[in-house]
Design a protein around this ligand. Structure first.
Ligand code: CU
Length: 174
């Protein structure tokens, strides 16, 4: 008799678990979670056609709605040096934004969250770093200008051991 009682308790608890599961799943579906992994391994590329040093490709800034207080920029950085390069910071003139941060993404429970990479990013020798939507990216904080399509913004990249480089980046619809 006690055996049967125990069995029904187990079934009762199990039944509750099943009843809860769909609710939990439905709940998690309301957040958009699958934006891919933030951890990007260094991407080795054939750099034989590139000049020695650091070069940039695919630079673009996401057009933002009027009144936006932040903005995002994406770029591919090729490190065609025999040594690692370390990107310390990115900057823009103060009439563009108050500050610029290098961000990465990570999962916090069900939510995709951005966080600042305080120490910048290392780009190993002969690899490329892709700053792209859903992964590491450049973020303008305290936006002081409108990011309208067709505009260009000068970005300056500072490296630990290599001289800084500035490039003009177009604002595009992404
Ligand atoms: Cu960000």
């Amino acid at each position: 008799m006690s055996q049967l009682f125990r069995l029904s308790v187990v079934f009762f608890v199990f039944g509750i678990t099943i009843a809860c599961t769909p609710h939990k799943e439905a709940d998690s579906h309301t957040h958009h979670t699958s934006h891919g992994h933030s951890e990007q391994p260094a991407i080795p590329v054939d750099m034989s056609s590139l000049p020695e040093g650091i070069t940039f490709a695919d630079a673009r800034i996401r057009a933002a709605f009027a009144g936006a207080t932040t903005g995002a920029a994406y770029i591919t950085i090729n490190n065609n040096f025999a040594v690692d390069a370390h990107l310390i910071s990115v900057s823009v003139s103060e009439d563009v934004a108050m500050s610029v941060e290098i961000h990465d993404m990570r999962m916090n429970g069900d939510m995709m969250q951005m966080f600042q990479l305080d120490n910048g990013v290392t780009i190993p020798a002969k690899t490329q770093l892709q700053l792209r939507p859903g992964g590491k990216h450049i973020m303008f904080m305290g936006l002081a200008t409108e990011l309208n399509e067709g505009k260009t913004i000068d970005l300056t990249f500072e490296f630990a051991k290599q001289p800084p480089q500035s490039i003009s980046v177009p604002v595009v619809k992404l």
